[in-house]
Design a protein around this ligand. Structure first.
Ligand code: CDP
Ligand code: MG
Length: 138
């Protein structure tokens, strides 16, 4: 099924010059980049993005982290894009992420796990509206 999902490259990924590497993997899979921008995220946007985690002990730290430097926002479209991208990024904790995944190959700690990707189609729709209020070209 044709879908669009959200990928964020977190500040650590931008700092480590991994924008190209992550984007290359997305495109090599056969998915299309249908929205792309480098921004400094507003705290309010990040807090809304992670609203489901508001009561969790890591909420403040993850919001601090996402606003600590530039991030890349990417809309990615294609067949089963949500599930395909989620699998490509790997488990939340990079030490549990399989080799071959972005986190399994390029990250080591959960607080610097390089990317965000939408967990399901409903989350993707909500997150795309939040990060791309101007819309995408998908
Ligand atoms: O990003 P993902 O959907 O895989 O994981 P999540 O459970 O939705 O958590 C969101 C983000 O919070 C993670 O990607 C981590 O950056 C951070 N986190 C953390 O720092 N420590 C945890 N124990 C869990 C999550
Ligand atoms: Mg999540």
């Amino acid at each position: 099924m044709a879908e669009t999902t959200l990928v964020l490259i977190k500040p650590g990924g931008v700092e480590r010059n991994l924008i190209g590497e992550v984007t290359r993997r997305v495109e090599a899979r056969g998915l299309r980049v249908t929205g792309l921008k480098l921004i400094r995220a507003e705290r309010g946007t990040v807090e809304e993005h992670y609203a489901e985690h508001r009561e969790r002990p890591f909420f403040k730290d993850v919001c601090d982290y996402l606003t600590s430097g530039p991030i890349v926002c990417m809309a990615v479209s294609g067949t089963n894009a949500v599930k395909a991208i989620r699998a490509m990024m790997g488990a939340t904790n990079p030490v549990e992420a399989a080799p071959g995944t972005v986190r399994g190959d390029l990250a080591l700690t959960i607080d610097d796990n390089l990317t965000h990707s939408s967990s399901d189609p409903e989350a993707a729709e909500r997150e795309l509206k939040l990060w791309f209020p101007e819309g995408t070209v998908g």
